[in-house]
Structure formats: structure tokens, C-alpha cells
Design a protein around this ligand. Sequence first.
Ligand SMILES: *Cc1c(COP(=O)(O)O)cnc(C)c1O
Ligand SMILES: [Zn+2]
Length: 419
Amino acid sequence: MEKHSGYMQALRCRECGREYPLTATHVCEFDFGPLEVVYDYNRIKKSLTREVIQSRPKSMWRYRELLPVANGPTIGLEVGFTPLIKADRLAKRLGVREVWIKNDAVNYPTLSFKDRVVSVALSRARELGFDTVACASTGNLANSVAANAAAAGLKAYVFIPTDLESGKIINSLIYGANVIGIKGHYDEVNRLCAEIAGKFDWAFVNVNMRPYYAEGSKSMGYEIVEQLNWKVPKHTVVCMASGSLLTKIHKSYQEFIQLGLAPGTDYKIHGAQATGCSPISTAQKAGLDFFKPVKPDTIAKSLAIGTPADGFYALKVMKDTGGAAEDVSDDELRESIRLLAETEGIFAETAGGVTVGVARKLIASGAIPEEDSLVLCITGNGLKTLDAVSGHVGQPREIRPSLREFEALVAAEARPIKA
Ligand SMILES: *Cc1c(COP(=O)(O)O)cnc(C)c1O
Ligand SMILES: [Zn+2]
């Protein structure tokens, strides 16, 4: 065991409460419940003040007492503190008073929120003495594990479905990781990885390292609160794959309120999925506590998990906070990618189109009232999913290199120039 474990106390089963040592393990031996990191909040409360946080560098590690590493981070020190943008032009189009975009499409270094979870998981893996890291991925996680492992000098195996977008595949290969394509969908990749993790002594970031990995998502919520001048937003819309990010944003708000870093307030967390893979939103809309697994069929491949590991807990968070869920078709999510791009100059990947499209539906249904303020979590970059929109964005108008041809083109411009 380590000499000390920072502010961590144990791993604890979410179902029965049994405690386990802080090793690379993720399920309870008695009931297979997921394990979660337990912290010493009394000690954290004494050392983590707003002033301390604000005195630190602008990265996710300014909240390091609330992240599960014993000795501080060694990998991904620059990750996080992405912009929170006041999106007035989008708010106008959505017909709501105030919209904020939490823009993890520009997270460092691989342009998705997965850099947060990977920074934590690899830092912790190194503390526990691993030299090889691995993951089962729908794309962004593979990119981030490959890049961060390269920078840290760790060996990496990343497992992905073979039918991913080429941008996601190339973004894993370029770093020299072992990229293994599995002829099957994500749920089959994940099942295989659980078997591999049982045989190989590797740090699988979302299998045996999952309790640590998942905590990294909390940093997105901490940043939202700090960037809103220490206020928890009334509404937060989060897209869901396994459902983990949604549950961890809730946890981050709870922790900040409990530690006195933000005033207590009512807030709602809303969940977003693509209709072609919507086990969680379908269950929420039917008022059920459990989801039914599905076979994914959507262009939102980063969210295409048919058996979401945290689906049950995501449903519970929406129920407890009074949040809603919705889902959007591939056409709707494509249109929403364009809406965000045309109003705010932000090019999100398919998952971002899901978030914006679902927000639009929740505003229309009244689940998010017009006079309220909301935060949209944009989790990945559109440059990695060009396949999803190519053929839907028009073509450049071509002319010869002649001023006369250009003047003729402008004169013939039928559409009025947009203000
Ligand atoms: C992984 C991912 C998510 C959601 O992840 P969870 O498994 O629900 O935590 C959302 N957006 C993007 C772009 C992702 O890659
Ligand atoms: Zn248990």
C-alpha cells in the first residue's frame, strides 16, 4: 500500500457500502455494485477555499483535493479550465433568457472532455505502479489515452469498434498506441475488455480504474460553478453515453454546496441522447427507474452505448433533481451542430449536436422555462466527426481568379447578406 493516500479514504460500494482499499478494482465482491472513491471532506473543507482555488493555475487540477490522486497529478497538468461562453445569439434562437456553453471541444490535448478523466486515470495508474494503460472506447477516450500515454511514456492499448469515424481512428493511431479494432459495437468491445482486464495486469482506465477515472468528470462541473461566479446553474444539459458524466456533474455541484464553495440552491440536470441509441432517455420519459439495453444505430457514435454502465444512476440523478431527458434524430442533431456553429462560431461533434438539439426540445416542452438560465455541456470537437456533416454543409462557390467574376458573383447574390 501507499504511505499516504492524499484526501482519499477508501473505495466504497454504492449498493451495500462495504469498503475496499484504494487499488485498481471497480466492483463489489458481494453484489457487483460499482465502487466509488470516498474522501475526507472535513480535511478538504479546511484547505480548499475559493481563494486557494483562484490562486492556482487555470487547469482542472486547481480542485486537486477533490480528485483521486495521492500525490498530485503527473499526467495532464494542463487539462481543463475550458471556456464558459455566454451564448446570446444561440439563446435568442432557442427562445430562452440566458444560455452558457461549457466548451470542452477545445480541451487540451485531444479536444474532448475525455482528457479530464484520462488525466486522473493515468496519474493514478502511475501511482499504483502500472506501465501499460488501456481502454474500451467509442473514440474520444481512445484518442485521449493514446495521446496522454505517449506524452507520459506509458504503453497503451486502445480498443475501438471498427466502424468509427476516420477522424477518431487516425487521432488514435498518430500517437503510436496499439489500436485494436473490434468487429462489433461498443458493448462487445467493452465485454471483451473486461475479460482482457482479468488476465493482463494493465490499468484499464474505464474497467479496473473506473472509480478514479470517473471522478475526473467532476472537474467540468466545478469549473462551471466557479466560472458562473460560484453559482450552481438552474439547468444543465448533459449528453449521455454510459451516463457517468451526468452523474458526476451532479456530484460536483453537491460537493461544492456541501463544502460551502457555492450557496445551496435548487438545480435540474437534464440528459440528452440520440434517438438511435436512447436507452436512458427512453426509460426517463416512460418514468422507469431501469433502462432496457438497445442495439445502437446513430451517427452520434461517441454516445453509442446500448448498455450504459451508469444508466441506473443517471436516471436517479434526473429524478432527484427534477431533470428531464430527450433524444434527437440524426437529422435533428446535424441541424443543431449547424445552429451552434452559425450562432456562436463553435464547431461541435455529433454529441454536441445531441446536447443542443435536446435543449431545444426541452425548451419547447416547457421543461426548461423561457425565463431561466441554462448551461450546455459541449463535450467534443466537430473536426473529429467530419463524416457526420460532410454532404450537409453546401459547397464553396468556384470562380476563376478574376475580379470581374467575383463582382458578378456578388451582384448575383440572391440571398441578402446576413447581419
Ligand atoms: C464519452 C463521451 C460522452 C459521455 O460520456 P459518459 O460515458 O456518459 O460519461 C459525451 N460526449 C462525448 C463527446 C464523449 O466522447
Ligand atoms: Zn456491495
